[in-house]
Design a protein around this ligand. Sequence first.
Ligand SMILES: Nc1nc2c(c(=O)[nH]1)N[C@H]1C(S)=C(S)[C@@H](COP(=O)(O)O)O[C@H]1N2
Ligand SMILES: [Mo]
Length: 320
Amino acid sequence: MGDPRHQYITPPDVYFNRRTFIRAGLVAATTAGTALAYRRLNGVDLQAVDGAPIPGIVKPTGPGYIAHGEQLTPLESIANYNNFYEFTTNKDGVAAAAAGFNTDGWTVEVGGLCAKPRTFDMDMLVRLSSPEERIYRMRCVEGWSMVIPWVGYSLSKLLAAVEPTSAARYVAFETLLDPSRMPNQSNDSVLDWPYLEGLRIDEAMHPLTILATGIYGQKMPPQDGAPIRLVVPWKYGFKGIKSIVKITLVDKEPPTTWNRSAPDEYGFYANVNPNHDHPRWSQATERRIGESDRRPTLMFNGYADQVASLYAGMDLDAQF
Ligand SMILES: Nc1nc2c(c(=O)[nH]1)N[C@H]1C(S)=C(S)[C@@H](COP(=O)(O)O)O[C@H]1N2
Ligand SMILES: [Mo]
């Protein structure tokens, strides 16, 4: 707790009284590709979201792929209340700080313990598999949640393409390191850059684990992790590393940014678990963006039927 960087995660009760929130959910969802006027809500400038529509989105119905019965969080809320510390630690300010983020010529280097390491450009990544709509709950470790219609496909498709060897037991992910494009990376008191994440290989191969290149049927806005980010719906949001440039198959549990920053607060697994409180707040409930009452947090964020078997025999509270 002596690490001054802990201040960057705001305890839930503080930020929920802040301006954007209460009304954010009242803003109507916009349709994909619609140009929005630049709007102000409760004094906050809302960035318009006007990404190019993604063609050919399919809607497979695998278990957990669509959060049935959940109301979608409006696009404006998803795109104006963000955690993306490379730009700013102010959630309301990420959209403006990331506007114009240049992803031209983006590549993702996929290598390590595999037979066919390769560097993919975005065209190759987009063509690798049909874009799928996945409507997932997202639960941030800070105690808020959203329901987000992602566009992407299972990470397993990409991993299969590079043919992991039997020695590959984990997958390590890395965000772009470029302070000229991600200005808060000039500030090394925020986090150690680049942002790092990791999964066990079976977690990475699970069909619910996706690489997302869009939301609401359109290309990913910069603030949500353009051009490509990870989404692991049964884990806390910080596992969903944004703006990925490198994916490496490795044999040992890789270092992860939040675990290194505060090992007693953020574990490697970070499975959503209402029974394991954060040292500084309860994880039993959450605030769904746009709702006023807190709701119970679900074990594995409601994906227990799909993923609990991955952790058979593990002490889930020890593996926080
Ligand atoms: N590179 C990078 N990835 C990141 C973060 C970050 O600061 N940097 N924040 C994480 C956290 S804490 C959350 S809750 C989600 C937020 O995603 P969203 O802004 O698209 O809702 O992104 C995660 N991925
Ligand atoms: Mo988060």
